[in-house]
Ligand binder design. Structure first.
Ligand code: GLV
Ligand code: GLV
Length: 326
């Protein structure tokens, strides 16, 4: 078939090769940047499939204009950038990339936890600028991790992987989930399901892994931050808008919590005013899935699902299965 596919950013070759074997036209955004909304709108017209990034906003209008579109494969596990309801109404299958980025994202959450708690980035800045003048007993003291309490907000795949890594530090684990229970965490770690307030009040480290939805937007705001211990750290490798970022800037500035490690932002890629000036936060540029191996697996997963949908088979990772029973 003469399938026509557009990939909105250059991705690892593995996935592109699969698409090239299967489709007549495979075009990749030639720029080293995201397309603007209008550029993307022009590109989706006439395509049978698009492979999209979490930074592409695929709204109802875009879906309407893409009259031939059959599948949107999002190069991410989160898909809050896509109007899935509009896609379903248009008979368009939406797929994502779960599982393959679970470990790399859990590793990133730990990397941020260590960086902020042991003040590695702050120390790196001082060392590079000649401000390390010798070992000193009161210089850059951080916090202990061993035997502290880890609170996982959203114990799905990534939250579970994050928590399982705490075994080495013999931590107590609390978690929230929309599902009834997380038996892996309970059986392997003796973790306890908690309501959000208990988790906020009792945890020394809180790591956010919940997807972004209308329910979770600003789930952590002024009120929630005020429930956290003054010695606690907040880690976010999920989606920025789950935290009210201005409220977090205030809490960090007033030392209401000890620190934060962030990989995602409310208005990505912009940071809220004041955040970058604070020493008690580590800010990473959305690198959760950014390993060579993970990004290659994500490209294969997205390409295979496009090929499955175009050949009228069920994709492996569909987020709107109701599209098949409309
Ligand atoms: C990354 O943030 C993802 O959702 O894959
Ligand atoms: C993603 O893989 C999740 O469900 O946490």
């Amino acid at each position: 078939m003469s399938w026509n596919v557009f990939i909105t950013r250059e991705i690892p070759e593995e996935g592109i090769a699969i698409l090239k074997r299967f489709c007549q036209t495979v075009e990749v955004n030639p720029h080293d940047r995201s397309l603007t909304y209008d550029e993307l709108l022009q590109q989706v017209k006439g395509r049978d499939a698009i492979l999209t990034m979490l930074s592409d906003k695929i709204d109802a209008r875009m879906i309407q204009e893409a009259a031939n579109l059959k599948v949107i494969a999002n190069y991410a596990v989160g898909y809050d950038n896509i109007n899935v309801k509009a896609a379903t109404e248009g008979g368009i299958v939406v797929t994502n990339a779960p599982g393959v980025l679970t470990d790399s994202t859990a590793d990133m959450a730990w990397a941020l936890l260590f960086s902020v708690t042991r003040r590695i980035v702050e120390g790196d800045r001082l060392t590079r600028t000649g401000k390390f003048t010798g070992w000193a007993p009161m210089f850059l003291l951080g916090g202990d991790i061993v035997e502290k309490t880890l609170g996982i907000i959203g114990a799905g795949r990534i939250g579970t992987a994050m928590a399982l890594r705490s075994r080495g530090w013999n931590m107590k684990v609390l978690y929230t989930t929309y599902k009834s229970r997380n038996t892996i965490l309970e059986e392997d770690l003796g973790a306890q399901k908690a309501d959000l307030e208990t988790l906020l009040r009792e945890s020394d480290f809180i790591s956010i892994h919940t997807p972004l939805s209308e329910k979770t937007r600003h789930m952590i705001g002024t009120r929630e931050l005020s429930m956290m211990k003054k010695t606690a750290y907040l880690i976010n490798t999920g989606r920025g808008p789950v935290i009210d970022e201005m409220a977090l800037v205030e809490a960090l500035r007033n030392k209401q919590i000890a620190g934060a490690g962030l990989d995602v932002y409310e208005d990505e890629p912009r940071l809220k005013p004041g955040l970058a000036e604070l020493d008690n936060v580590v800010v990473a540029p959305h690198l959760g899935s950014a390993t060579v191996e993970t990004r290659a697996r994500m490209s294969v997963m997205a390409a295979e699902d496009i090929a499955l949908v175009l050949s009228k088979q069920k994709p492996k990772n569909c987020v709107n299965p109701e599209v098949f029973t409309r």
